[in-house]
Design a protein. Structure first.
Length: 251
């Protein structure tokens, strides 16, 4: 099962690279077929096999010989490994399907924010839409209480808190507000508070490292979306354990 899920993750990861490249440019993510960013030559199917083609081509375009960005195989690999982690955590069920899809969308948001300093509303709405469908299926098909009130509380409080930061300090973008709000709906009030805390901890640590190594200066903007997303994955997979550890350690 792990191998099949990994292959599926690689395939979705290959499509994510198209989304990451085209969506910020307002280009169609379905047509035309993929081409080399350097020479615009059409990429044949046998040169578009996730991960394998990059290795066989030694990271270079077959037509022009220019280097292919390492981003492409890394995104494919990251998505494949993410799917393996999710299948081991959730098992093969409705939760795995929806969280795997959400994870892929979040991976695309992470890369777009890192490269372009924007978080597309369309991808945030996709996260919110997937969560609504997930909760509806759990309620109507599996008779599982979706806890809509705590989801709405997570959306409003997390989004409201980040909006307040934007209005008072201007230290974040509007995309961070919508992203944390959508994830608040996914996680609910209790876990989104942990998500916020971890995202600030991660952001502080990484920012200090970047400043200490002079890779960034105090004037350089640092996207916050990736910290929110990494913290979300940690909370989704280990949030209950973290709460248990905290209460046993300090209470």
């Amino acid at each position: 099962m792990d191998f099949m899920v990994f292959i599926y993750g690689l395939l979705i990861g290959s499509f994510l690279n198209v989304v990451i490249y085209r969506l910020p440019k307002d280009e169609n993510i379905a047509f035309p077929p993929s081409s080399c960013p350097s020479c615009q030559a059409r990429i044949a199917w046998y040169d578009n096999i996730p991960l394998l083609s990059y290795i066989l081509l030694r990271g270079r375009c077959r037509s022009c010989g220019n280097r292919i960005s390492i981003q492409y195989p890394l995104v494919e690999l990251a998505n494949g490994l993410l799917y393996i982690r999710f299948i081991r955590h959730f098992g093969f069920n409705i939760d795995f399907i929806f969280y795997a899809l959400m994870g892929s969308v979040l991976l695309a948001i992470c890369l777009i924010d890192l490269k372009e300093m924007i978080i597309p509303d369309s991808l945030v709405l996709t996260i919110l839409g997937l969560s609504i469908i997930h909760k509806a299926i759990n309620f109507f098909v599996y008779d599982i209480n979706p806890n809509i009130l705590t989801s709405l509380g997570g959306l409003l409080i997390a989004g409201g808190f980040f909006l307040l930061i934007v209005l008072l300090t201007g230290g974040m973008g509007g995309g961070d507000v919508t992203l944390i709000g959508a994830l608040g709906f996914v996680l609910g009030l209790r876990l989104i508070l942990l998500n916020i805390l971890l995202s600030f901890v991660l952001g502080s640590i990484i920012s200090l490292i970047l400043l200490a190594t002079k890779l960034k200066t105090k004037k350089d903007p640092i996207p916050f979306g990736p910290f929110i997303i990494v913290a979300f994955f940690v909370v989704l997979l280990y949030g209950d354990r973290l709460f248990y550890w905290y209460f046993n350690l300090f209470l």
